[in-house]
Structures are given as C-alpha cells and as structure tokens.
Design a protein around this ligand. Structure first.
Ligand SMILES: Cc1cc2nc3c(=O)[nH]c(=O)nc-3n(C[C@H](O)[C@H](O)[C@H](O)COP(=O)(O)OP(=O)(O)OC[C@H]3O[C@@H](n4cnc5c(N)ncnc54)[C@H](O)[C@@H]3O)c2cc1C
Length: 467
C-alpha cells in the first residue's frame, strides 16, 4: 500500500491511457485516482445523443478495467449540472487529502466556465489545478495571424499550423506506469445513455486501434480519391472515438507517419484533422459560437422560415430527394453520416428550405455518435454561409448533381432508401412521379430550381440592406 499524497485526475472526453497528457503528467507526479462525472441533465441540455452517451458508458466500463490493470481506481459521481462539480470535487479532495487536480481542457463556453470555477474553488482549499491540451495538437490561442488574432480563414490557419507542428509536438504521450495498489475501490459504472449499433461501434482499445491501423494501411491513394463517395468505406470512421477521446489525436498522427508513406494521403488526412483543430480554436477564442450566435454577426439578423412540417420531413428522411433522405436515414440508423452527405443535407435544410441552421445543428447532435460541439457547429455554420470561411451564400448545392457525381451507381441511396432499390442507376436520384407513387416514395417536397432562385434573391437583398 502507498502512503504518498494522492493526485486526482478528472476524466471527461479523454477516456484513454495512451496519449493523455493530464494522466501521463499526474502519474509522473505520484499516485493517481481518477474521477468521472455523469451529468445527465447537462448532457440533455447540450443535446448529446442517447447513442453517444451509451457509447461513453460502455467505453468507461472498458477504460475502468484498463485503469485497474495500472492500479488506478476510477470513482464515478452523478450530478445534474456542471455547476455542482466544483463543490463535489472540493468534498472529494478534502476526503482523500488531495492537493493536486489534473485534467485536459475542453473548449466550449460551459465547459470552460466549469473548469475555471473548479480551479478557483479548489484553490481556496490549496488544491492546485494542472491543465493540459490533450484534445488538440496545438493549444487554442497559439496559432495566430500576423496581428496576433485567430485566423478567420482555414487555409492560412492550416499553413501556420503545419509550420508549428514539429515532431516533438506530434509524439503521443506514453501510458502511465503501473502504480502501487491504493486503498480505494473503483466504482461500478452505472447504466446511462441509450442504445446504439454495438455491431458498428466497438469500445475496446484493441478494436479502436485496429480500426485506425487498418484505415491507415489501406488508404494509400484511395483516401484522397474516394473520401467523397458515401457508398465506399474510404474514410476512417474514427470520429466517435476522437469525440469521446477513446483515441488521441497524436496517436492518429503517429500511426499515419509510421505506417503509410503516401504523401498525398498524409497531407489530405492531416488537413481533415486540422479542420477539427480549426473549429476548436474558433470555439475557444469566440464565445459567440457557444451562445447560438453566428460567427458573422450580420447573419444574426437573417430571417429563417418557420415550418415545422417541412423540418419534420427533413428529419424523417422523407423529402423526396433520395440523397438527402438516404443521409437522414443513415444518421438515425447508424448514428453516423458521411461527410459529403452531411454537407448535402445541411445545405438542403438551410439553403433550399431556408430553415434555421440551429435546428439542424441540434437534430444532428441528438442523433450523432460523434456529436461534437465545435465540429458540428462549425459544419453547420459553414453550410449555412454564416460561419468562419463558410461556403459563399450563392453556392447552393444541387442535390441531384451532387448525388450523380458522388453516388454514381446509386448504391448509397439503395442501401438507405430501399424502396428505390429497383430503379436503375440513371434514374435513382430523380425518380419519376409515377415511380414514386408506385414504390411508395414521396415526390420532391420542393422545386429545386425555384427555391434556389428565391434563396439567392433573399440573400442578396439581405446583404444589400445590411450594408
Ligand atoms: C453539418 C456538419 C456537421 C458535422 N458534425 C460533426 C460532428 O458533430 N462531429 C464530428 O466529429 N465531425 C462533424 N462533422 C465533420 C465530418 O463530417 C466528420 O468529422 C467526418 O464525417 C467523420 O468521419 P471520419 O471519421 O470517417 O472522417 P475522416 O475523413 O477519416 O477524418 C478524420 C477525422 O478528422 C476530423 N474531421 C474530418 N472532417 C472534418 C470536418 N469537416 N470538420 C471537423 N473535423 C473533421 C474528424 O475528427 C474525423 O474523424 C460535421 C460536418 C458537417 C458538414
């Protein structure tokens, strides 16, 4: 049994032993005990999907076993809201004579407030907080333009990021060493969250690492060319694990560097990971984004259509636009949607139905396994032309052309809209009225060309009067 002072590590979206800077440093400092807070009401307010929470619960069970092998006990505390956490941690630290708290930063406003309050409260009882940036390679605020502010455009951010990311920064942190046994028992992980497709989303570290390795091994050439085709399994599908922190960003990059030498693939996959960082840096440096506001302040005055029945048809995958419906049904059935189709469905809602992007953002969060505030908010603001470096308002995705280009054989649509499976490749993306009626599939809920025209008129008038 050890009698050295205990260190507390507070796990949140970093449920891993490897590449966890807070855990690595806490374990170097002394004996460690872990804590995780279940915050059901807060998660509900943040629209976290039952499926994602179910994944977190299962991952926690696995993670607790891994921690046990290192003799690190994991305690579980249930609260309703984040605001209760500083008090609970104060009690915990007093009870176990803890003087140091270790954690990895989270960047949305509520999370940041919670962490700052915790740090202040614990200071009052002489507990020092040690904060790390485990969820990103380069901390927010460290990649700035020449005038010392956050970039508003992705490409210069990405160029500056690449210049700063040296091999030392990219190296994953090692797992903690095995410590002496402590006289503290781990808690059972209670049931929380909902059901999800456990056949698609496994939670052991071995299975997650195998997903990463297999993806990196098979992706030479194919990723850059095929990543936009939703019928093809060409992307990593690691997003749920990156979101809940079951795999680390440095681990991903290390495997990429060690396993695959194809330069085009490296560059492209790294670019996607840098998009993830771009949105995290934006969230951390611009509180408006966590308050439901547009990155471009002028866009807060845009008038959106209020039309519950149109919104519901979009949610249910019954718009009569096969590629849109396939995406919305993939989301509900699997908890994941291909990136190209996220862009198509988001553009359909915001640019053709002209419904508020915030409703789409919330619906995605309520169903995604990888629901991540920064990336989801960034993706929606991009699609609605109200965000940083977002698509220009006059670029309106044509769902028919997008489908023909990126699902040329209609295999993606056939998989998720099976009522259309008998239609040939040429017609599947725009079935005739007769086919729709015979097959029990809705006719298009809008006329694409006239809605596109209306949107262009509304936006150009809005921008003229806003000037
Ligand atoms: C409207 C909309 C909403 C989105 N919501 C989310 C979300 O809630 N959570 C989420 O993780 N991603 C979101 N994305 C980004 C992207 O669609 C997913 O990250 C990607 O589809 C995940 O698949 P993958 O893991 O196979 O990606 P890969 O192509 O293998 O990319 C690797 C990783 O890079 C990151 N990444 C890739 N593309 C992006 C991007 N455009 N923006 C930010 N990060 C990216 C993800 O972490 C991803 O796992 C959204 C995009 C849009 C357009």
């Amino acid at each position: 049994m050890s009698h050295s002072p205990l260190h507390l590590i507070w796990f949140r979206n970093d449920l891993r032993l490897n590449d966890n800077p807070a855990l690595f440093n806490a374990a170097k400092a002394g004996s460690v005990v872990g804590v995780f807070f279940i915050c059901e009401k807060q998660w509900q307010e943040h629209n976290d999907s039952p499926a994602k929470l179910g994944l977190i619960a299962d991952r926690l069970r696995e993670f607790s076993k891994e921690l046990k092998q290192k003799n690190i006990p994991l305690k579980i505390i249930a609260v309703d809201y984040f605001t209760e956490i500083p008090g609970k941690l104060t009690q915990f630290c007093k009870k176990h004579a803890i003087h140091d708290l270790w954690f990895n930063n989270e960047y949305p406003l509520n999370e940041k407030k919670r962490d700052d309050q915790t740090e202040q409260e614990l200071k009052k009882i002489s507990v020092t907080s040690h904060r790390f940036n485990g969820d990103v390679i380069l901390p927010p605020g460290s990649v700035l333009n020449n005038s010392g502010s956050m970039f508003q455009v992705f490409t210069p951010f990405s160029n500056a990021w690449r210049l700063r990311a040296n091999p030392e920064i990219l190296t994953a942190f090692k797992p903690p060493r095995k410590q002496s046994e402590l006289a503290i028992e781990s808690d059972e992980i209670p049931q929380f969250g909902g059901e999800y497709r456990t056949d698609l989303w496994q939670v052991t570290t071995k299975s997650i690492h195998s997903r990463l390795h297999k993806f990196v091994e098979r992706s030479e050439q194919s990723y850059k060319e095929l990543r936009d085709f939703p019928a093809i399994n060409a992307t990593s599908t690691l997003s749920p694990y990156l979101t809940i922190g079951a795999v680390g960003i440095r681990e991903c990059i290390q495997v990429l560097i060690e396993t695959n030498s194809d330069e085009a693939f490296h560059r492209q996959w790294l670019t996607e990971l840098i998009w993830r960082e771009f949105y995290r840096h934006l969230i951390a440096t611009n509180p408006r984004l966590s308050q439901g506001l547009c990155f471009k302040p002028v866009a807060d005055n845009l008038q959106w259509q209020v039309n519950q029945s149109n919104f519901q048809r979009w949610c249910d995958g019954k718009t009569g636009f096969p590629i849109v419906d396939a995406g919305m049904r993939q989301l509900k059935q699997t908890g994941w949607m291909h990136n190209r189709v996220r862009m198509i469905t988001a553009a359909f809602l915001t640019k053709l139905l002209r419904i508020d992007w915030r409703l789409g953002e919330a619906h995605f969060m309520q169903h995604l396994m990888d629901g991540d505030f920064a990336s989801n908010n960034g993706g929606w603001q991009w699609s609605a032309s109200v965000g940083a470096d977002s698509v220009p308002y006059f670029r309106i995705f044509n769902p028919y052309r997008q489908a023909e280009k990126f699902d040329p054989q209609g295999n993606y649509v056939r998989k998720f809209v099976p009522e259309l499976s008998s239609i040939n490749d040429k017609k599947i993306h725009q079935p005739s009225t007769l086919s729709c009626e015979t097959l029990g599939y809705p006719n298009p809920m809008i006329d694409y060309a006239s809605e596109r025209k209306k949107t262009l008129e509304i936006w150009s008038e809005f921008l003229n009067t806003a000037r």
